[in-house]
Design a binder for this molecule. Structure first.
Ligand SMILES: Nc1ccn([C@@H]2O[C@H](COP(=O)(O)OP(=O)(O)OP(=O)(O)O)[C@@H](O)[C@H]2O)c(=O)n1
Length: 408
C-alpha cells in the first residue's frame, strides 16, 4: 500500500528519516500514528523506529536528549519539534508482566514489529509513503479487527496492560476483538493485578471516552478484566447497567467518566473518595466528582437550590448535568444552567463587601465572627433576602451584630 498524501506531522518529520537513511540506516514511522493515518483519524505522537543504534542516531543530529536511551529511545530536537527515535529492538524476560528484563537492539524491522501488541499497531511507514505490513495489519484495519501479533498468550504475558489496551482500542476504534485474542484476555485477565493502577486507569478512562465505549465495556465485562480493577470485583451487575442505557454514551473528559462510573455503581458523594483513592485519581478530579455527585444527589431528592448551585460552580455543574442526561434522555439541563446564570453572585469575591470593609467600618474585628457574618450575608444574597449592595449589606451586618450582642 502507498499513502499518497501524508499528514503534515509526517511531512514535517520527513527530513529526520531522510537524514537517518542518508547515513545508510533504515527509518520508519511506526505505531499508532500509522494506524490512525490509514484510518483517516487525526494523529498525535509521531514515533520513529530505526536500524541505527542510539549512539549512531545521536551522531547524526545536533541536538538530542537521552530520553530512554536504555530502551533505545533518543529524542531529536529539530527547530520547534521533538521526535522520539527508537532503535529496532527485541524484548525478553517480562518477569513482572509489564517491563522487559532485557532489551536487545537489532537491525531488522521485522524483529521489531513482531514484538508489538496488535497487528494494526505493527505497521511501518516509509517516508515516501510506502506501508510495510508484515502481519496483515492492513486487512485487520479494513475489517475493523483487533488481533494480537503472533501468539496472543505471549503478547499478554509480556505486558498484561495490553489486555486493557485491547478493550480501549475496541472502544476507541469501534473494532471487534478477534476470537483467539479475546479468549487469551479471558484466560489471562488476572495478570492485570500485576499492573500499576495508574496505568490501568489511563486505559480505562480512554475506553470510557472512546468512539463506541459500550463495545469496550462489553469486552471488559465478558473477559473478566473488570474483576481485577480497583473495587470493581463483584460489580458486574451494576456495571452492566451501562449496556442498557438508552442514550449514547459520550463522555468528554475524566470528570465525566468518574462521575458516570460512580453513578452507575450507586456511590454517594460521601462514598466516592474511598473509591477514587483506590484508582489513584488526582485531588482535582476527586473534588470535581464529589461536587458533581453532591449536586446529582440533590437533583434526585429535588432539593437543588441557589446555595447548592453556587457551591457546585458552573464547571462542575455542567459536568453533572451532562452525566444526568446520559441516564435520563428526557432530562432538561437548561433550567439549572439558567438558574445558575441568574445567581446574584457566582463566587464569594463578588459579594459587594468583604472582610476588610467590615473591619474598617469598625463593625467587627478579625476572628470567627467576621467569617460567620460574611457567610450569613452571602447566604442572604443567594436566597434573595438582601440585594448585593454594600450599603444594604453593611446595615444587615450591623443588625446581625447588634442582635448577637443583645443575645450574648
Ligand atoms: N503495551 C504496549 C504499548 C505499545 N506497544 C507498541 O508501541 C506503539 C506505541 O504505543 P503507544 O504510543 O502507547 O500507543 P499507540 O498505539 O500509539 O496508541 P495511542 O497513541 O492512541 O495511545 C504501539 O502502537 C505498539 O506498536 C506495544 O506493543 N505494547
Amino acid at each position: 500500500m502507498q499513502i499518497n498524501s501524508l499528514p503534515s506531522e509526517f511531512k514535517t518529520a520527513r527530513p529526520i528519516l531522510q537524514t537517518i537513511e542518508g547515513a545508510g540506516f533504515e527509518a520508519y514511522f511506526v505505531g499508532g500514528s500509522v494506524r490512525d493515518t490509514i484510518l483517516k483519524d487525526p494523529i498525535h505522537d509521531v514515533d520513529i523506529a530505526t536500524s541505527a543504534y542510539p549512539s549512531e542516531v545521536k551522531a547524526l543530529f545536533h541536538k538530542t536528549v537521552d530520553t530512554g536511551i536504555k530502551h533505545g529511545t533518543v529524542m531529536i530536537l529539530d527547530h520547534h519539534h521533538k521526535y522520539e527515535v527508537t532503535t529496532f529492538r527485541t524484548e525478553s524476560g517480562y518477569q513482572d508482566f509489564r517491563r522487559p528484563d532485557k532489551v536487545t537492539f537489532v537491525r531488522s524491522l521485522s524483529e521489531d514489529l513482531k514484538r508489538r501488541d496488535f497487528t494494526v499497531n505493527a505497521l511501518a511507514l516509509k517516508e515516501d509513503g510506502t506501508v510495510v505490513d508484515l502481519f496483515s495489519g492492513l486487512n485487520d484495519l479494513a475489517q475493523h479487527v483487533l488481533r494480537a501479533v503472533g501468539s496472543p498468550e505471549e503478547r499478554f504475558h509480556e505486558d498484561a496492560l495490553r489486555m486493557m489496551r485491547a478493550v480501549r482500542f475496541a472502544s476507541k476504534l469501534d473494532f471487534t476483538i478477534e476470537k483467539q485474542t479475546e479468549a487469551a484476555i479471558q484466560h489471562h485477565a488476572k495478570l492485570l493485578q500485576k499492573i500499576a493502577v495508574e496505568r490501568i486507569r489511563v486505559e480505562f478512562e480512554k475506553m470510557m471516552m472512546g468512539q463506541n465505549p459500550l463495545k469496550g465495556v462489553r469486552y471488559f465485562l465478558e473477559t473478566g478484566l473488570y474483576a481485577y480493577c480497583p473495587r470493581l470485583n463483584g460489580q458486574k451487575k451494576a456495571l452492566s447497567r451501562m449496556l442498557g442505557l438508552n442514550a449514547s454514551l459520550q463522555l468528554a473528559n475524566e470528570t465525566q467518566v468518574w462521575l458516570f462510573v460512580c453513578r452507575i455503581l450507586g456511590l454517594s458523594a460521601q462514598a466516592c473518595p474511598t473509591f477514587l483513592k483506590a484508582w489513584k485519581t488526582s485531588n482535582d478530579l476527586n473534588q470535581a466528582v464529589k461536587a458533581g455527585l453532591t449536586f446529582l444527589e440533590a437533583l434526585d431528592n429535588q432539593t437543588v437550590n441557589a446555595h447548592l448551585l453556587f457551591q457546585t460552580g458552573e464547571r462542575y455543574l455542567k459536568e453533572a448535568l451532562t452525566v444526568q442526561k446520559i441516564f435520563d434522555v428526557s432530562f432538561d439541563p437548561d433550567q439549572y444552567l439558567v438558574a445558575y446564570k441568574k445567581l446574584p453572585i457566582k463566587s464569594s469575591k463578588e459579594l459587594a463587601i468583604n472582610g476588610r470593609d467590615l473591619i474598617t467600618t469598625h463593625l467587627v474585628t478579625p476572628g470567627p465572627d467576621l467569617g460567620r457574618v460574611l457567610t450569613a450575608l452571602q447566604e442572604g444574597v443567594l436566597n434573595g433576602t438582601y440585594q448585593n449592595q454594600s450599603s444594604e449589606l453593611i446595615s444587615a451586618a450591623k443588625t446581625m451584630l447588634t442582635n448577637k450582642e443583645e443575645s450574648d
